[in-house]
Design a protein around this ligand. Sequence first.
Ligand SMILES: NC(=O)c1ccc[n+]([C@@H]2O[C@H](COP(=O)([O-])OP(=O)(O)OC[C@H]3O[C@@H](n4cnc5c(N)ncnc54)[C@H](O)[C@@H]3O)[C@@H](O)[C@H]2O)c1
Ligand SMILES: CCCCC/C=C\C=C\[C@H](O)C/C=C\C/C=C\CCCC(=O)O
Length: 270
Amino acid sequence: MSEINGKVAIITGGADGIGEALADDFLNRQAKVIYIIDINEKKGQETLNTLKNKHGAGRIQFRKCDVRYTDLLEAAFKDCMDQYGQLDVVCNNAGIFNEYTRKLTIDVNLAAVIEGTYLAVKYMGTQNGGKGGVVVNTASIYGLCPQKLSTVYAASKHGVVGFTRSVAFEPDVVSNGVRVVAICPDAVDTTLVPIASEIGVKYTKEIKQFTAGRPLLKLNDVTSTVVHLIEDGSANGTTRLIRVGLACGRGTLINNLIYDPVKPVQITYL
Ligand SMILES: NC(=O)c1ccc[n+]([C@@H]2O[C@H](COP(=O)([O-])OP(=O)(O)OC[C@H]3O[C@@H](n4cnc5c(N)ncnc54)[C@H](O)[C@@H]3O)[C@@H](O)[C@H]2O)c1
Ligand SMILES: CCCCC/C=C\C=C\[C@H](O)C/C=C\C/C=C\CCCC(=O)O
C-alpha cells in the first residue's frame, strides 16, 4: 500500500500540468483529500470536475488563490485543516516562465515556495498539533545548471534548490517532523515550455531552436519521482534531477554538473 493512502495533500499550481498530474496520481493511490490551490479559476474548475468524475466527489477541492499573497495562502491552509483536520503533504509547485516579469517570477517561483514551506511546518508540525509531513518543492533542471536564455527563471529555481537544501535541516523544521525535498525536472510535457517559446518571452527564436525536437519527460516520470521522495523516509534536503533517459523514481543524485550551451553537457552522477 502506498504511503499516500489516507493522506491529505495541498498542491499549488494544481489546476494544470505537473500539479494536476500529481493530484490525479495521489488520488489513484487513495489519498484522502487533494486540496488544489491555483490562480486560474477556469482551469481549476475544469480540473476539479475531471477529477471528481474520475475519483468521486468529496476527495478533491479547488480554491482560487494567488500564492504570492501569504495571507491568502495561509487562509487556504487553514481552510484545509478546518475541513479535514489533517495535512500530510504540501507540494509547492505553482510556477511561471516570463523573463520580462522579473519580480513576478521571483515572487511566484521562489518567495511563495519559501512561504508555503513555512506554512506547511506551521500546519503539519508535531509541535503545532500535527503529525509531521513532507514538503515537495518544484524546482527545475535550471535550479542546478545555468541557462543564459532564462536567467531570472534559473535564479528563482536555484533559490528553490538552495532553500530546500538548507531549510530541511533547520532545527525548527527537523524538530517538527517535517521533511523538505525538491524536484528538478528537465523539459516536461506541459504547456509551460511551448507557451514560453510562443508568447512574449525574451529570446523567443533562440528558445524555440533550443527546445525544438527535445525529448520531453512524461508527467508520469515526474509524479513517480515525487511519490518516491514522499515514501522514502530518509529523503530530506534532497534535490532530485529528473532527466529523460535517466531512471525516474529510483532517483539520480547529481554530484557535479558543468553546463555550457555550446559544448556538450558533462554530468557526473553519484
Ligand atoms: N514543464 C516543464 O518543462 C517544467 C520543467 C521543470 C520545472 N517545471 C516547473 O513545474 C511547475 C509546474 O509547471 P507546469 O509545467 O506544470 O506548468 P503549468 O503552466 O501547466 O502549471 C502551472 C500552474 O501554476 C499556476 N500558477 C501560476 N502562477 C500562480 C500563482 N501566482 N498562484 C497560484 N497558481 C499559479 C498556473 O495557473 C498553472 O495552473 C513550475 O514551478 C515550473 O517552473 C516545469
Ligand atoms: C532555453 C530556455 C528554455 C526555457 C523554456 C521555458 C521554461 C522551462 C522551464 C523548465 O523548468 C525547464 C524546461 C526545459 C528545459 C529544456 C532543456 C533543459 C536541457 C538542459 C541541458 O541539456 O543542458
